[in-house]
Design a protein around this ligand. Structure first.
Ligand SMILES: Nc1ncnc2c1ncn2[C@@H]1O[C@H](COP(=O)(O)OP(=O)(O)OP(=O)(O)O)[C@@H](O)[C@H]1O
Length: 249
C-alpha cells in the first residue's frame, strides 16, 4: 500500500503509564475506509487515538497520516485530521454558529465560506432550532454534536472519534451516523471507537479488535468470522471469544 492510499499507518506504537497501555501496536487504515476500533475497557483504544491525534507523546513507534510523519510534522498532520473526544469541550458563552465561526477563524477559513458550511453542518446534526442559543444551556448530547461540527469545519480528510454515540438519543445517534457515513461516501476516512458492537457491525468497512494494547484481530465481519472458524456468529460472540483468548494468554 502506498502512503497515499493509507490514511493512517501506525507502527510499533507504545505508551506505558504504570503498566503498558499500548504495547507495540500496528495499524493501517486505508483512505476512504470506515474503521471501527472495539475492545474491552482499558484495552488502550483512547490512548492509541490520543497519540494519533497528537495529544499524547508515544514512548516509541511511528505514526503517519496520509504519509505525513505525525510526530515530526504535527501541525501538518493536524491540518488533515479531526479529533472528536468523548468529553466535548466547547465555549459555553457562544452560540453553535459563533463557535463554528470561531473555529473556522482559527483555521483561517473565509467567513463567507465557513458561515454557510457551519449552518449546513449544524442543521444536518438536528441543531437548526438552537443555532442562536448559547451552548451553556445545552445537554451533553447537544454539546457533543456542536463539538463534532466544530471538528469538521476545516473539512478534514481523516476523522477520528472516541465513542461518538455514547449518551446520544436515537435521533441524535442517527444524525451523527448519517453525517459520518456521508463523509465516507464522499471519500473521507473515519476511525471510531465504540462499545456498541451493532454499530461497528453495521457501519464499519473493517473492524479492529484491540486487547491489552495490541490489535488481536482485524477485518470485515466476514473475515473475522472466517479467522475464527465461526461462520454465522455475531460480532458480540466473536468479540467475547477473542478477548477471552487474549486475557487467558
Ligand atoms: N493518563 C493516564 N495515566 C495513567 N494511566 C492511564 C492514563 N490514561 C490511560 N491510562 C491507563 O491506560 C490503560 C488504557 O486506557 P484507555 O483509556 O486507552 O483504554 P480504552 O480502551 O479507551 O478503555 P475504555 O473502553 O474504558 O474507554 C488503562 O489501564 C488506563 O487506566
Amino acid at each position: 500500500m502506498t502512503p497515499q492510499s493509507s490514511a493512517l499507518t501506525v507502527r510499533g506504537l507504545t505508551k506505558c503509564f504504570e503498566r503498558p497501555a499500548v504495547d507495540g501496536l500496528d495499524l493501517v487504515v486505508r483512505a476512504g475506509e470506515f474503521y471501527a476500533l472495539v475492545g474491552p475497557n482499558g484495552a488502550g483504544k483512547t490512548t492509541t487515538l490520543r497519540m494519533v491525534a497528537g495529544l499524547l507523546r508515544p514512548d516509541a513507534g511511528e505514526i503517519a497520516i496520509f504519509g505525513i510523519d505525525a510526530l515530526r510534522e504535527p501541525i501538518a498532520a493536524k491540518q488533515v485530521m479531526a479529533w472528536v473526544s468523548d468529553e466535548p469541550m466547547i465555549y459555553d458563552k457562544l452560540t453553535p454558529l459563533e463557535y463554528l465561526e470561531f473555529v473556522a477563524g482559527l483555521w483561517g477559513i473565509d467567513p463567507m465560506t465557513s458561515g454557510q458550511a457551519a449552518r449546513e453542518l449544524l442543521v444536518s446534526l438536528g441543531l437548526e432550532r438552537h443555532l442562536h442559543e448559547r451552548c451553556e444551556g445545552f445537554s451533553k448530547g447537544m454539546r457533543q454534536k456542536v463539538a463534532l461540527a466544530g471538528a469538521l469545519v476545516h473539512d478534514p480528510q481523516l476523522i477520528i472519534l472516541d465513542e461518538p454515540l455514547t449518551g446520544l438519543d436515537a435521533v441524535s445517534a442517527r444524525h451523527v451516523k448519517g453525517l459520518l457515513a456521508d463523509r465516507v461516501r464522499r471519500g473521507g476516512t473515519v476511525i471510531m471507537t465504540t462499545h456498541i458492537l451493532e454499530v461497528a457491525e453495521r457501519m464499519a468497512d473493517r473492524i479492529g479488535v484491540i486487547a491489552a494494547g495490541r490489535i488481536v484481530a482485524e477485518g470485515t465481519l466476514a473475515e473475522l468470522r472466517e479467522q475464527n472458524g465461526r461462520t454465522d456468529t455475531s460480532l458480540e460472540e466473536l468479540f467475547i471469544a477473542l478477548v477471552d483468548v487474549e486475557s487467558a494468554a
